[in-house]
Design a protein around this ligand. Structure first.
Ligand code: KPL
Length: 301
């Protein structure tokens, strides 16, 4: 399959690199990373006993690309820009593998092709241009964005599995996206603000805050008709935190690199949807305010 990975940062480079073992992959990445991949290929660390070298194509210019599939891994606040660029090319399907909510609707507003929703719990870190490490083997779950069966999702899922990615094709993506949101709502801002690895949310004193933020998210999901119990959300959050205990969450990576975070699409989204349903989500509100204050202090918003 021809696949474009749009937004090859940490996760996009890992997913793109793994897919390149089996498929024709083009990474759309920042200048230094794209140049390193063009010159020396992409090195995948900690996937196997020894590093794996793959040679995907790499470019900084995503305009006018053609492929069977575009996998979108840009930060949530860049989704609309990615959609505008993708609209200049031609794809049979587009699959979002992003954090936060609302990405699929943003893509669908600009693109005529089927949009698949996806979640990924792989841990990844871009060590330097051309080198990405897998810091936790997770799972990709993908499917039709509104739920239900999808032949395209089945085909994309098979192509991911053929490349060795742990992949499940699901017919309940709206629920899965809320479950992943509950995971990120519990882990990302807490670890970013406390400069800790993901495992910190399993221990006192951070665990009460992380668990409360996750429970609040599940409550908002239920208010919107999504069947997600507190127990299911907490189990999902704890399972991911355990599997990625030594990892640096993407939001903490953003804070360490002085970059804008995805707070608006994670805890901020929970706050906004809670307001629609007249619910109080004090932990998500506080986490959102603190991360936004940090961003404002750095001139990032
Ligand atoms: O999605 C993640 C992230 O860091 O954004 C988790 C699952 C928390 C893994 O670190």
């Amino acid at each position: 399959m021809d696949i474009v990975v749009f937004g090859a940062g940490s996760l996009g480079s890992l997913v793109g690199g793994l897919l390149a073992r089996e498929h024709d992959v083009t990474l759309v990445a920042r200048e230094a990373h794209a140049r390193a991949v063009r010159e020396s290929g992409l090195r995948l660390e900690s996937v196997d006993d020894s590093p794996i070298h793959v040679s995907p194509a790499a470019t900084t210019d995503g305009t006018g690309l053609e492929a069977e599939l575009a996998v979108v891994t840009v930060k949530s606040f860049d989704t609309d820009g990615a959609a505008q660029t993708l609209a200049t090319g031609s794809f049979d399907a587009v699959c979002s593998l992003q954090n936060g909510m609302g990405n699929e609707a943003t893509l669908a507003a600009r693109l005529e092709v089927p949009i698949l929703a996806g979640t990924a719990t792989y841990g990844a870190i871009l060590r330097e241009p051309g080198v990405v490490a897998c810091t936790g083997v997770g799972e990709v779950v993908l499917g039709a964005r509104d739920g239900g069966p999808s032949a395209i999702a089945e085909r994309v899922g098979k192509s991911f599995v053929a490349a060795g990615l742990e992949t499940t094709v699901a017919d309940d993506m709206p629920r899965r996206l809320w479950e992943k949101l509950a995971v990120n709502a519990g882990i990302n801002a807490v670890t970013a603000l406390t400069a800790t690895e993901n495992g910190a949310v399993l221990e006192e004193p951070a665990t009460d805050l992380a668990r409360a933020a996750t429970r609040e998210t599940a409550r908002v999901a239920r208010a919107r008709g999504v069947s997600l119990s507190n127990r299911e959300a907490l189990t999902a959050m704890e399972t991911v935190a355990e599997a990625t205990a030594a990892n640096t969450s993407s939001m903490r990576q953003d804070v360490l690199a002085d970059r804008r975070t995805e707070i608006d699409a994670i805890n901020g989204y929970v706050v906004d949807r809670a307001a629609d349903s007249r619910l109080e989500v004090p932990r998500n509100r506080t986490l959102t305010a603190l991360v936004r204050t940090w961003e404002r202090g750095r001139g990032l918003r």
